[in-house]
Design a protein around this ligand. Structure first.
Ligand code: 13P
Length: 248
């Protein structure tokens, strides 16, 4: 039985003070919780939130990471800088990075391999655009992003990889994939992992769902066999809306 893993991606929200306040509330509310939890504040709040979650059952995540280890990369943040702040998990290949900032599969893969080399847990995001779903290409897009994202990742490293299926049309739109539609892609993606790493690895990998997940739909999504958690955006910005998902 895979443990449910509920993660909050705060995106470009929260000043340092606001982030600390939310993190404090979550540490108190999730104490003793039976699932696995992570929060990913913006870079500017990582140091402060790191002090708050230290010693708690909430992992500290970053929303992105540079493809390179150091040097002339203005505006980028390296693996070592994140490690230095106590970051344990990095979200990579988020659709907002892919579509707004034009990150391609090769860049995502470079980041995945670098993050794993530095001992981070990686949440590799995959998901199709609305036009791709309507054209019947949802599976093909997720397959390509999964295969390319994991290229060169050794079987032994896979225990530090989580996949998040985030249909782009469901992110921040209030439209959620039905539990059945999401389950179909999750099952399909687990099959891809099985074809790459074998059944045992596929059975253990955590596949989160993301896209307008909230307290009202979380239980039905998480009841699906292959949906092992959530990567939450909007509803992760308040303890009142995030905590009920964590205990769904
Ligand atoms: P929303 O929950 O706001 O749809 O965002 C999902 C997401 O992109 C999490 O990474």
């Amino acid at each position: 039985m895979r443990q449910h893993y509920i993660a909050g991606n705060w995106k470009m929200n929260k000043t340092k003070g606001e982030a600390v306040e939310l993190a404090r509330g979550l540490v108190a509310a999730l104490k003793g919780g039976k699932n696995k939890y992570m929060i990913a504040p913006p870079f500017t709040a990582l140091d402060a939130v790191s002090q708050v979650v230290r010693g708690s059952n909430i992992r500290l995540g970053a929303q992105n990471m540079s493809t390179d280890e150091s040097g002339a990369h203005t505006g980028e943040v390296s693996a070592l800088m994140l490690k230095d702040l106590g970051v344990q998990t990095v979200i990579l290949g988020h659709s907002e990075r892919r579509h707004i900032y034009k990150e391609d599969d090769a860049a995502v893969n470079k980041k995945v391999r670098l993050a794993l080399k530095h001992g981070f847990e990686v949440i590799l995001c995959v998901g199709e655009l609305l036009a791709e779903r309507e054209a019947g290409k949802a599976e093909a897009v997720c397959e390509a992003q999964t295969r390319k994202g994991l290229e060169g990742v050794a079987e032994a490293e896979l225990k530090n990889v989580v996949i998040a299926y985030e249909p782009v049309w469901a992110i921040g739109t209030g439209k959620t994939a039905t539990p059945e539609d999401a389950e179909a892609i999750h099952k399909f993606t687990r099959g891809i992992v099985a074809s790459l790493y074998g059944k045992q690895a596929a059975d253990s990998i955590i596949i989160q769902y993301g896209g307008s997940m909230k307290a009202e739909n979380a239980a039905a999504l998480l009841a699906q066999n292959d949906i092992d958690g959530g990567l939450i955006g909007g509803a992760a910005l308040k303890a009142d809306t995030f905590v009920p998902i964590c205990s769904a």
